[in-house]
Design a protein around this ligand. Structure first.
Ligand code: ADP
Ligand code: ZN
Length: 193
């Protein structure tokens, strides 16, 4: 008898490493296999509702923006066999338990994408625990814009200069941007030794 068994897959890496692209590729292939997929992402501005997952190469799919991981259980529809979650680093630790329950109790294939490291190069939110929970873990790399090696870090720039370790997460009026860099080219002024 064919029995649907749940699992957790994590896709991690720096910005521009292709996490959203890979998430969307898996979603498309699941749909080709006639699976029913629901896509969720954190609503950073407290607005619920229709949103989208966009990759830097221009692909997109509709997603539901949610406030807390518990919303996934509330919004889960009968017949859904695949749950995809993008930007998982922004959720609190309860995302780990929700993913576990989806896989264990509901037999769902859970595909989670997120940044493994923040701009300081430190583990990002619930990602380490999600990576440990996963049966399948893929760590993707971008290209370092400074030296051309594989990039594993997200360089935060404020007005074109590397952001300091203690710079606030929200900076009103400043020009903020990010680029992919390798360990050696990643700069975090003021980082404790
Ligand atoms: P992520 O979700 O990890 O931020 P995306 O899937 O949105 O990544 O985008 C990946 C795409 O970004 C690549 O396929 C490429 O077209 C583009 N890109 C832009 N800058 C870089 C870079 N420095 N290294 C690799 N890809 C890059
Ligand atoms: Zn480099």
């Amino acid at each position: 008898m064919k029995h649907q068994r749940g699992r957790v897959e994590v896709i991690c890496g720096s910005m521009f490493s292709g996490k959203s692209e890979e998430l969307l590729r898996r979603v498309r292939r699941a749909e080709i296999a006639r699976q029913t997929v629901q896509i969720f992402k954190p609503s950073l501005d407290n607005r619920y509702g229709v949103s989208s997952v966009n990759s830097h190469d221009g692909r997109a799919a509709e997603a539901v923006a949610i406030e807390t991981p518990q919303d996934i259980l509330k919004l889960l529809e009968d017949g859904t066999t695949v749950v995809a979650i993008d930007e998982a680093q922004f959720f609190d630790d309860s995302i780990v338990d929700i993913c576990r329950r989806l896989a264990d109790e509901r037999g769902i294939r859970v595909i989670v994408a997120g940044l493994d490291l923040d701009f300081r190069g430190e583990p990002f939110g619930p990602m380490p625990a999600l990576m440990a929970e996963a049966e399948q873990l893929d760590k993707l790399h971008a290209i370092c814009v400074v030296c051309g090696d594989e990039a594993s870090r997200s360089q935060r720039l404020i007005n074109g200069k590397p952001a300091s370790y203690d710079d606030p997460i929200i900076l009103i009026g400043a020009q903020e941007s990010y680029e992919a860099r390798c360990r050696h080219c990643h700069e975090v002024p003021g980082r404790p030794d």
